[in-house]
Design a binder for this molecule. Structure first.
Ligand code: KIV
Length: 285
């Protein structure tokens, strides 16, 4: 990725090409090597190592608690598993808001230490200069508007955004400001479907929705949500394609039962030894 290739639709060209063809972009989160392999083998177009990892794999109660160092460990693992499609690293809470210098330094770590093709950050307004600074440093940026999980401080804060005129207009303006600043794509989270449509119609860069209706240029879901890999209630916009948590509990329970009943391991699950060797060992005991 060269410095002059990082603005707008030139920054993540494979996504821009899908948008131009009208082919929906498939983005999925991943937080480790096997999930990266699965995402790529399943045909995803781009992988996001989201700060949702804070809750899905690290067990924190919000995304505000995860650090750059923690996310970098996960991002490097995903990069080892994802070979042919871009990966986007999520700048966590506290790693970019304060200054352009901090934002650029954090973004650089995701590219240099974890091999990211782009970084994502939440918000517009005061974050627009941060976006410009990161892009100016040669790193593509994906924006994020609508519901901004890093700003949520209580469980009821996860409600949809943009249901009132002023807020809807502000979200549209935020998305346009991020495009204007040079973002490669924008994630739009938890807004009325019609608002997702309006944003996708106005922007010329890929608009990737999560709970933003069917008319955006692509969709993103959290890996653990779509696989049912975890406990708790999912957001309205999640469709579950598996019940991994229940299946895994069942599998581990069956194995535990086999151990307790002496059914595991079977003969063929152990290593053999030549009887002469065994006899020699026994004779020396
Ligand atoms: O962290 C994340 O998983 C995200 C998605 C919800 C887009 O930002």
């Amino acid at each position: 990725m060269t410095a002059r290739m990082v603005r707008g639709e030139d920054a993540l060209p494979s996504l821009a090409a899908l948008r131009r063809r009208g082919s929906p972009i498939v983005m999925i989160t991943a937080y480790d090597y096997p999930a990266g392999r699965i995402a790529e083998q399943a045909g995803a177009d781009v992988v996001l190592v989201g700060d949702s990892a804070a809750m899905t794999v690290l067990g924190y109660s919000s995304t505000r608690e995860v650090s750059v160092d923690e996310l970098l460990v996960l991002t490097r693992a995903v990069r080892r598993g994802v070979r042919a499609i871009p990966i986007v690293g999520d700048l966590p809470f506290g790693s970019y808001e304060e200054s352009d210098e901090l934002a650029v330094a954090s973004a650089r770590r995701f590219v240099e230490e974890a091999g990211c093709d782009a970084v994502k950050l939440e918000g517009a307004g005061e974050m627009v200069p941060r976006v410009r600074a990161i892009i100016g440093a040669g790193i593509p940026v994906v924006g994020h508007v609508g519901l901004l999980p890093q700003s949520v401080t209580s469980p009821d804060g996860y409600r949809a955004r943009g249901r009132e005129v002023e807020q809807a207009l502000a979200i549209i303006a935020d998305a346009s400001a991020l495009e204007e600043a040079g973002c490669a794509a924008v994630v739009v989270e938890a807004v009325p479907s019609e608002l997702g449509t309006l944003i996708a119609e106005r922007l010329t860069i890929p608009v990737i929705g999560i709970g933003a209706g069917a008319a955006t240029d692509g969709q993103v879901l959290v890996y653990h949500d779509l696989l049912g890999y975890g406990e708790g209630r999912a957001a309205k916009f999640v469709r579950r394609y598996a019940d991994a948590h229940d299946e895994f509990v069942g599998a581990v329970r069956r194995w535990a039962e086999d151990v307790r009943l002496g059914r595991f391991p079977a003969l063929e699950e152990g290593y053999g030894i030549d009887s002469a060797v065994l006899n020699a060992v026994r004779s020396k005991l």
